[in-house]
Structures are given as C-alpha cells and as structure tokens.
Ligand binder design. Structure first.
Ligand code: GLU
Length: 349
C-alpha cells in the first residue's frame, strides 16, 4: 500500500517550531517511501482560526521547502462527512444522541458532534485520517493522550486507525514549553531573526523524529546559519542581504542574514567615523599600497595589501574604521575587494 501521510496544522498563525518539525518529518517520511503528503487545515474550531492563518502557514511551508502533494484540505468544508460518520456510529449503536442534540460515543461519552451539529477535533481527525487514506499519522507527543479515544472512534466507525507515530516536542532552551516568551518559537520569529531557511530546514532535518522532547539548540542553529550563508549562491545572498552582488564576498562570514545586511551597509553606505591624528600614517601607507594596484582587487590581492600594511606598522583598526565607519564587521580584505580603487582611496583620504 503506498504511504500517505498528512500534516494537519490549525490555522493559528506562523508555525510553531514543533509543528514545523512535524511538517518536515512527514515530508521526509513520505519521500523516503515514495509516498504522498496531504496538507490538511484543521479549522473545525472557529475560535482558534486566525484571519490569514492558512496563508501564513503556506508561506512558512514554502520558505522551509516543504511541498505537499494534495490539499490544502479544509475541515470546515467537510462537515457533511463528519455528520455522516456520526450517523453511522449512531446506527451501529456505538454512539448516542443527547437531549441537547449533541452526539457522544456510548463507551466514553466523548463528544463527536456538538449541539450545533459541528464536529469536534476528535471526530473530524479520525474521519479525515480514514477518508483521506492516511497510512501513517506522524505528530507531536502532545497528541498522545488522544490516541485511545481516536482508536475507539475508529472502531465505532467500523474501521482501524492508521499507524500512529508520536514524536518528541521542541522545548525552549530552558527545557520549558517553547512559547512566545522565548522569542524564537515560530517560523516567523526565526525568519525575522535572520536565520536562513536552509539552516532552519537543516536543523529540523537533523532532529528527525525525536523519540523524546528536545530543547531548541540556538547555538546549533547559529552554526547552521553560518554554513548556510557560506553556501548560498551569490545572487541569493545578495538578494537576502539587499546588497549588490559585488559585495557578497564581504557577507560570507555573517552569522545571520540580519548581520549580512548590516555588513552590506558597512561596505556600501558607511557612516563616516571620526579618526584621530594618529590615523594619518596608516592611511598614508594604505594609499601607497592601494594606488598602484588594479582598480578592482582579487581576494588574494586584497589580502596581500592588508598583510603588507600590517608589516609596515599600519593599524588595521584604523583602516577598518575609515572604510566602514565601524570597529567590527566583515573581513577587512573582503571589504577592500568589494570597493573600487577610487572608492577605497576616497574613504581613506
Ligand atoms: N491540528 C492538530 C495540531 O495542530 C493536529 C492534529 C493531529 O495531528 O492529529 O496540533
């Protein structure tokens, strides 16, 4: 039987990192088995549905590079299916209708249909997992408590649940439930922190299907961000940093795309820093080295100018300050290589 999995977020806004892990894990599970991933929007609970929530989730998935093969299937558009299922459970004697009109599972009293005829999460999930032909449910272990009742609902419908796999949750770095308070609990927050999509995806792929809860490892994410920025194609990095492509070599050491953007600003449009009198000698020596060199320097040529300047007693901090207006920033040679001779001389005279 071909594998079919589903990712079933509620449309409450940008994906929680733990939900993003579920999405990535489902995609990989399907890919490794030649299976299909269905995107289902669990919007039975109107009070939890946020305007634009579905679009936000679609944007997050696209950003993470998680494609889906079917959907989005919206539970709000499948009410008849749930009502039919409740009727079947009633007909089989597995459910009973209350005086208020709601339908409950006979054995446990679990509500299947509310008074107003809308399906509960428990019923809608089971009906959809069966109706969509899902073979494996992969979700966070916060849903583990739902398994017994969902098993009973499936039985009441004369069916069997798919295989259910619960994975560990992503906790905050402090071991507590990852929440807004931590500042990086959602995909939107990680993106706004300047983490490249490839780094977040690589991190979630590394976590795989954790059996136990894991703590969000910001240091690891940071290292993956450096790797991702180092590996980005020039055009992509230039676009992400909002910088001309010539500046890209100066952005490679950045630890986030925000830092890359800041590096680009230091190269392209620095503020002018006040330099002390003692700067004169360094800048004079720099001029002597830069003037006879080509209009644009290769990175080797730029590095050798930096080396020679240092060898003749030049103060590299002074040169950095003159070129970028800041005491810290991109590698000095990469700044030199990103600036024409005229521009470099203008900033240092
Ligand atoms: N909509 C649920 C959630 O976002 C998922 C339900 C399920 O996977 O069974 O947590």
């Amino acid at each position: 039987m071909p594998v079919r999995v589903r990712f079933a977020p509620s449309p409450t806004g940008s994906l929680h990192v733990g939900n993003a892990l579920t999405a990535v894990a489902n995609r990989r599970f399907a890919d490794e088995r030649g299976g299909a991933l269905v995107l289902r929007i669990d919007d039975t609970d109107a009070s939890r549905t946020v305007a634009g929530g579905e679009e936000t989730i679609l944007g997050d998935l696209e950003w993470l590079g998680v494609g889906f093969d079917e959907g989005p299937v919206r539970q709000s558009e499948r009410r008849d299916l749930y009502a039919d299922a409740a009727e079947r459970a009633l007909a089989a004697g597995a459910a009973a209708r209350d005086a208020d009109g709601s339908v409950r599972l006979s054995q446990t009293g679990t509500t299947l249909l509310r008074e107003d005829g809308t399906a509960t999460y428990q019923l809608a999930t089971v009906v959809d997992d069966l109706e969509l032909g899902v073979t494996h449910v992969i979700r966070g272990n916060d849903h583990r408590p739902n398994l017994p009742v969902q098993t009973r609902i499936a039985t009441a419908l004369g069916a069997h649940l798919p295989v259910v796999i619960h994975h560990g949750l992503v906790l905050g770095p402090d071991g507590k439930k990852l929440s807004k308070r931590h500042g990086h609990s959602s995909i939107a927050e990680l993106r706004d922190d300047g983490l490249p999509a490839a780094a977040v995806r690589a991190y979630l792929d590394e976590l795989g299907l954790p059996e136990h809860d894991v703590q969000l490892d910001l240091a690891r994410l940071g290292r993956l961000a450096v790797d991702a920025i180092a590996a980005m194609p020039d055009q992509e990095l230039a676009a992400a940093a909002e910088a001309p492509v010539e500046v890209v070599p100066a952005l490679r050491g950045a630890r986030s795309l925000l830092e890359a953007r800041e590096y680009a600003r230091l190269v392209v449009a620095p503020e002018r820093a006040a330099l002390g009198d003692e700067a004169g000698l360094t800048l004079e020596r720099f001029g002597e080295l830069r003037r006879p060199a080509p209009e644009w320097l290769t990175s080797d040529e730029a590095r050798s100018i930096v080396r020679e300047l240092k060898a003749v007693g030049g103060d590299l901090r002074v040169l950095r300050l003159a070129l970028t207006g800041a005491e810290r920033g991109p590698e000095l040679a990469s700044v030199l290589a990103a600036l024409s001779r005229d521009e470099a001389l203008a900033r240092t005279s």
